[in-house]
Design a protein around this ligand. Structure first.
Ligand SMILES: Cc1cc2nc3c(=O)[nH]c(=O)nc-3n(C[C@H](O)[C@H](O)[C@H](O)COP(=O)(O)O)c2cc1C
Ligand code: SF4
Length: 976
C-alpha cells in the first residue's frame, strides 16, 4: 500500500482520483470503481502497490506487440481490479476480483517492490516489463516506480491497456513508456456503455495522444459475434485507426465465451478475415488476426512489395526478411522498433520534453479535428452538416423528454422543416459531451433539479463544461449554433431555471452563437406548453432564416412515423419464440442483477446505480391503509412496498420513483375508441420508446400517459381528425387559449383519454395515437418510513387524486401486486444536533414522519436520548378528517422528539388559517432560534404553499437574510 500521486483532496475527507477518465469521487473508507484505490481518512492509497497477483515471463508477441522488439521476452505483471466492467472480460478472475472481494482479503499476491521487479527482470534476461493482465492504469504509481528504475537499466516498459487513462496519467507516464497496446473494443457508445460501463470517446482520444507522443502503439479489437462484428462497425474502427496513421498495427482477435457473456461461441475465422479485408480497404498496412491459427494473416508484409518479412505461427516468430529495418526485397522501411539502434517510428521522434508533452496533451482550444467522426449521429444523412440539427434533452422526471419528443415529431413531419433539415434526438445520457465542439446546430432542452442542479442525465455535460481547459476556452464552441429551452418552477426563487440559464450563458461564453433566444416554461404558472409552442415556432423561423431555407407555414403532425405490425399465427409463433427469448434474457438480467447486488454487499457504496426508471426494482404491495379519518370524502393512503433482495438502503428524506400503470378502465375505454383488441400482439417500429414485442394492453398500460396533461399543440392536430365543426372549434379555441382548456380541467381531467371521450367524433388510428400520446414518466414520492425499523420495506404516503395516474394506480393495487420502483437520494435531511423548524402541508408531512420515526428508533435503542429543539408547523383542511398521523405526532411530542407543534386547519373556522399565519404568530420564537443557533428550516408541500412560506420568512429575516439561509443550506424546501 502506498499513497497515490494521481488524486486531489476534496472537502469532507473525500478525494477525487485523477488516474483514469472515470475520475471517481471517493468518500472516506471507500475505493474507486477499480477497487484498488482506497480513501483512507482523506488520503488516497494504492492498495496493490508492490503486490502483483499475476507474474510471468511471456513472449512480447503475447501482449500482442508484433512490431516492437520482436521475439524478445517481457516480464509481465498484473494486479487485481479494473476500471471497466466488461461483461466479456477474458481475464475476469483478476480484473473483477476486487469487486467481488474485500481488497484486504485478497491475499494471493506476491510481494514485489519496484527494485525486486527489476532484479527479476534482469535475472530472467527480459528486454521488456509488460504491465498487463488487468488494467495497468489503475496501478500507475506502482508501474511508474518500476518503469523509472527500468529505464535506467535500459529495460523497456509497455502497457497493455484499455486506453482509459486520464490526461494527467499520460503526462506522468509517457516519458517512461515505450509501447502500448490499446484495446479498441468497438466503435459505438452503446457497446462501451452497456458492455463495459464506460465511454468510447476517451479511448479514441488516448489512442491519438499516445501516437502523437511517439509511444509505439498497436491496437487490438476483440471481435465478438453479434456485438461488434458488423461491417459498419469494423469499417469505422479501421477508418479511425487509418485516420491517425495507416502504419499503426491492428490486431483483430477471436473471442471465446467468458465471464458474463455466454452463448456467443468462438469468433469464426471468416469474421476475422472479413475484418482483415476491411482493414486493408481502409488502407492499413499492418493487420493481424489473433487467437486463431492462420499463418497467412499473422505475418507481417512489406507495404510496398507485399513480401512476407516476418512469419508467425502462434507465438513462434521468424524475422527473416528485414535488414536494418527495411524490406530485404525492395528496401522499403518497415515501421517498428526493431532494436535499440534501429527504430522506424510512427512519428519522427518520441517526445520527452515536458513542455512538448504538455502541448500535445493540452492543445490550445483542445479542438480535435478527428473527434467529429467518433460518434456521428447523422451518419447516412443526405444533408450537409449545416443542416443537421441535434436535439438534446436533460430530464429527471420525464417532462422535458416529453416536450423534446414533441418538438422532434413536429420538426420531422412539418412541411416547414422536414425537407430542409435532418433532425436527431438524443437523451443526454447517451451523448458524449466531448463531441460538442464538433456539432453544428444544437437545440438543448433541460429542466433544473435538486438545489438548482442539472438533472442526472445532464450531469456529464455540466461537468464537461466546467472541466479544466474547457470552462474558460472562449473559442471551444465556435461554429456551433444553439438554442435552449428550460423547464422549471418559479417557486424555487433564485434557483428558477438555473440550468437552462447556465447552459445558455456557458455556450455563449465558449464561443457558440444563438440560433434563437432561450425560452422557458414555468410549471408554477402552468405555462410550459404555451411558452414552448411560442418558442419553437420562433425557433423554426430562425432556423429557416439562419440556414437560408424558404419557410412554409402549417406545422402539423401529418402522419405517424410509427408502424405497427400485428402479429398473427405463424409470425406470432416466431414472435412467441422471440418473446420467450426476451423473457429468458430478462431472467438472465435479473440473475446478473442479483450477482451485482451480491458484489455490492461487499462494498460500502450504495446500490442506487443499479435501479433507475429504465431499470426498476420489481417490488410488490405489502400493505395499504387509509389515513384520512372519520369517513372524510377524500382519501390518502399509506402503502408499504417490498424491498427485500433489492439492496436499497434508503435514508429518511429520500425519494422513491414509481412507474405507474393506467387503470383497466381507461385502457378498455381507449381500446374502444381506437377500435383495437387489447390482447393483440404487436411490434412497433421504430421501437424507440417501446418494448419490442408486446400486447396492445401492455402498450397502453405501461407506455401511454392517458391521464396526465397534454401539450396544447395536440389540440390543433386533433382538430384535423374530427369532422364535427363544434369539436373543431372548441379544440382550436383550446389550442389558442390554454385557459379555456384549464377551465375544463378543474376536475383533474386533463389526459388524452378524457379529451378523446369529450370529443367522440375524433377518428384516430392506433399509429396516429402513438405519435402524440405522452410517455408515462415516473412519479416521485417522499419516503415516510424509517429503514432501521424494517430495511426490507418502504412506506409512502399517497394522496388519492381523482384521475391522477399514480394515485389511481395505488388505489387499484391489490396485495402482492407487482410494482416497479427505484430509489433516489436527496439531501432533504433533518439534523439531530441542531434545532429544526419543520413545515409541511398535506402529504408534505411524509418525510418528517420518516425522520421522527428515525429519532424514535435512536431513542428506543438508547443511541441518542435527547434531541435538539424541534418545531413542527403542519397545515391541512380539517382536524377531523385530514390530520394524518395525528396519534403518532402526539407520541413524538410526548417523547420529546418534537418540542412544540403548531397546527393550521384551514377550513375549521370561517376565516382560513394557513401555516404561514402560524409562522407569523411565532415570529419571535423563530427569529430567536434562527439567530442564536444553527437551526435549519425544512419545508415540504405544494408549490403555492412554498411561495407563501418563503414570503413569510423573507418578511421575517429580510430578503438577504433568507437568501443567506438558502445558500448555507439552512433553508431547504421540497415542493412538487
Ligand atoms: C426535487 C425538485 C427540485 C427542483 N428544483 C428546481 C430548481 O431548483 N429550479 C427550477 O426552476 N425548478 C426546479 N424544479 C422543477 C422542475 O424543473 C420541473 O418540475 C420540471 O418540469 C421537471 O422536468 P423534468 O421532468 O424533465 O425533469 C424542481 C423539481 C423537483 C421535483
Ligand atoms: S483509477 Fe479510475 S476507476 Fe480507479 S479510482 Fe481512479 S478514477 Fe476511479
Amino acid at each position: 500500500m502506498s499513497e497515490c500521486i494521481l488524486y486531489k483532496k476534496l472537502d469532507s475527507k473525500k478525494v477525487r482520483c485523477t488516474c483514469c477518465s472515470l475520475k471517481c469521487v471517493i468518500p472516506n473508507h471507500e475505493t474507486g470503481e477499480c477497487g484498488v484505490r482506497k480513501n483512507r481518512n482523506g488520503k488516497l492509497y494504492l492498495e496493490v502497490y508492490g503486490k502483483p497477483d499475476a507474474v510471468a515471463v511471456d513472449p512480447i508477441e503475447k501482449k500482442p506487440l508484433y512490431q516492437f522488439y520482436p521475439t524478445s521476452t517481457a516480464f509481465s505483471i498484473g494486479t487485481f481490479g479494473c476500471n471497466f466492467k466488461c461483461t466479456f472480460c477474458q481475464n475476469w478472475d483478476l480484473s473483477q476480483a476486487s469487486k467481488t472481494n474485500d481488497i484486504e482479503n485478497l491475499t494471493n499476491s506476491y510481494d514485489l517492490s519496484p527494485k525486486d521487479v527489476i532484479k527479476i527482470c534482469k535475472k530472467k534476461k527480459c528486454k521488456v516489463i509488460a504491465y498487463t493482465y488487468n488494467e495497468p492504469t489503475i496501478f500507475t504509481e506502482y508501474a511508474l516506480d518500476c518503469a523509472k528504475l527500468a529505464q535506467k537499466e535500459g529495460i523497456k516498459n509497455v502497457y497493455v491497456s484499455n486506453g482509459y487513462q486520464s490526461v494527467e496519467t499520460i503526462e506522468l507516464l509517457s516519458p517512461y513508456l515505450d509501447a502500448i497496446n490499446v484495446d479498441l473494443k468497438a466503435f459505438t457508445s452503446r457497446f462501451y456503455q452497456e458492455l463495459s460501463g464506460v465511454r468510447l470517446a476517451p479511448v479514441l482520444k488516448n489512442i491519438k495522444r499516445w501516437h502523437d507522443l511517439g509511444v509505439w502503439i498497436e491496437v487490438t479489437t476483440l471481435v465478438i459475434p453479434g456485438e461488434n462484428d458488423s461491417e459498419e462497425e469494423l469499417t469505422n474502427i479501421a477508418n479511425f485507426i487509418a485516420s491517425i496513421n495507416i502504419d499503426i498495427p491492428w490486431h483483430i482477435s477471436a473471442y471465446y465465451d467468458a465471464y458474463k457473456m455466454e452463448g456467443k461461441g468462438r469468433t469464426p475465422l471468416k469474421s476475422l478475415l472479413k475484418a482483415y479485408n476491411i482493414g486493408k480497404k481502409a488502407g492499413l498496412n499492418y493487420i493481424y488476426t489473433g487467437n486463431v491459427r492462420n499463418s497467412e494473416t499473422e505475418a507481417t508484409f512489406c507495404p510496398n512489395c507485399n513480401a512476407e518479412v516476418i512469419s508467425r505461427y502462434g507465438y513462434y516468430t521468424d524475422v527473416h526478411s528485414i535488414k536494418n529495418g527495411k524490406c530485404k526485397k525492395c528496401g522499403t522501411p518497415i515501421k517498428g522498433i526493431w532494436s535499440d539502434d534501429c527504430q522506424n517510428r510512427l512519428v519522427p521522434k518520441k517526445i520527452t520534453d515536458p513542455n512538448e508533452i504538455h502541448a500535445i496533451l493540452y492543445p490550445e482550444g483542445s479542438k480535435n479535428q478527428n473527434e467529429g467522426q467518433y460518434i456521428n449521429f447523422f451518419e447516412g444523412s443526405t444533408f450537409d452538416r449545416e443542416r443537421q440539427i441535434l436535439i438534446l434533452y436533460g430530464t429527471q422526471t420525464g417532462k422535458t423528454e416529453q416536450i423534446a419528443n414533441q418538438l422532434y415529431e413536429v420538426l420531422i413531419h412539418s412541411e416547414r422543416t422536414k425537407k430542409s433539415f435532418d433532425f436527431r434526438i438524443v437523451d443526454l445520457d447517451d451523448y458524449n459531451p466531448e463531441n460538442l465542439p464538433l456539432e453544428k446546430n444544437i437545440v438543448l432542452l433541460t429542466s433544473t433539479h435538486g438545489e438548482g442542479e442539472a438533472p442526472d442525465n445532464a450531469l456529464a455535460l455540466f461537468e464537461y463544461l466546467e472541466s479544466k481547459n474547457i470552462s474558460q476556452n472562449s473559442s471551444l464552441l465556435e461554429g456551433l449554433k444553439f438554442s435552449i429551452f428550460g423547464l422549471g418552477n418559479s417557486t424555487y426563487g433564485d434557483r428558477y431555471q438555473k440550468m437552462s440559464k447556465y447552459f445558455d450563458t456557458k455556450f455563449e461564453l465558449l464561443g457558440a452563437e444563438r440560433l434563437y433566444q432561450r425560452g422557458e416554461g414555468d410549471e408554477f404558472k402552468n405555462n410550459i406548453q404555451i411558452s414552448f409552442k411560442k418558442w419553437f415556432n420562433n425557433l423554426i423561423s430562425s432556423l429557416c432564416e439562419n440556414l437560408g431555407v424558404k419557410e412554409q407555414n402549417n406545422i402539423l403532425i401529418e402522419k405517424s412515423h410509427f408502424k405497427i405490425k400485428y402479429l398473427e399465427n405463424i409470425i406470432e409463433k416466431e414472435n412467441e419464440k422471440e418473446m420467450e427469448k426476451e423473457k429468458e434474457m430478462e431472467k438472465e438480467k435479473e440473475k446478473e442483477k442479483e450477482i451485482e447486488m451480491e458484489i455490492e454487499n461487499f462494498s460500502t457504496s450504495n446500490s442506487n446505480k443499479f435501479y433507475n426508471s429504465k431499470n426498476p426494482f420489481q417490488s410488490k404491495l405489502l400493505e395499504k391503509n387509509e389515513l384520512m379519518k372519520n369517513g372524510g370524502d377524500r382519501s390518502c393512503v399509506q402503502v408499504k412496498l417490498n424491498l427485500k433482495n433489492s439492496n436499497i438502503k434508503y435514508n429518511c428524506g429520500d425519494h422513491i420513483g414509481i412507474l405507474p400503470k393506467n387503470s383497466l378502465q381507461n385502457i378498455t375505454k381507449l381500446a374502444k375508441i381506437l377500435n383495437v383488441n387489447l390482447d393483440q400482439k404487436i411490434q412497433i417500429t421504430p421501437p424507440r420508446r417501446f418494448k419490442k414485442v408486446m400486447t396492445i394492453r401492455e402498450c397502453f398500460e405501461s407506455y401511454c400517459d392517458l391521464t396526465g396533461p397534454v401539450p396544447n399543440i395536440i389540440f390543433q392536430t386533433l382538430s384535423k381528425y374530427t369532422k364535427d365543426q363544434k369539436e373543431q372549434k372548441c379544440l382550436l379555441e383550446w389550442y389558442h387559449d390554454i385557459n379555456k382548456y384549464k377551465e375544463w380541467n378543474d376536475e383533474n381531467k386533463y389526459g388524452l383519454i378524457h379529451i378523446l371521450e369529450k370529443f367522440p367524433n375524433i377518428q384516430l388510428t392506433f399509429e396516429t395515437f402513438l405519435q402524440f400520446v405522452p410517455r408515462i414518466a415516473p412519479r416521485y414520492y417522499s419516503i415516510s418510513s424509517c429503514s432501521q425499523y424494517d430495511p426490507n420495506s418502504v412506506q409512502l404516503t399517497v394522496q388519492i387524486l381523482a384521475n391522477g395516474l399514480c394515485s389511481n394506480y395505488f388505489n387499484n393495487l391489490q396485495m402482492n401486486d407487482p410494482i416497479s420502483l427505484f430509489w433516489k437520494k436527496t439531501n432533504f435531511k433533518i439534523n439531530n444536533k441542531h434545532p429544526s423548524i419543520l413545515i409541511a402541508t398535506g402529504t408534505g408531512i411524509a418525510p418528517f414522519r420518516g425522520m421522527l420515526r428515525e429519532r424514535l428508533y435512536l431513542k428506543e435503542n438508547q443511541i441518542q436520548e435527547k434531541f435538539p429543539e424541534t418545531f413542527l408547523f403542519f397545515g391541512c383542511r380539517t382536524h377531523q378528517y385530514d390530520f394524518i398521523y395525528e396519534d403518532e405526532f402526539e407520541k413524538y411530542s410526548k417523547l420529546g422528539l418534537i418540542t412544540n407543534s403548531f397546527y393550521a386547519f384551514s377550513r375549521d373556522q370561517q376565516n382560513k388559517i394557513y401555516v404561514q399565519h402560524k409562522l407569523k404568530e411565532q415570529k419571535e420564537l423563530l427569529q430567536k432560534v434562527m439567530q442564536n443557533t444553527e437551526a435549519q428550516i425544512l419545508v415540504c408541500g405544494n408549490p403555492n404553499m412554498s411561495i407563501q412560506i418563503k414570503e413569510t420568512f423573507s418578511q421575517m429575516f429580510g430578503k438577504k437574510g433568507l437568501k443567506d439561509l438558502i445558500k448555507s443550506n439552512r433553508y431547504i424546501e421540497e415542493s412538487w
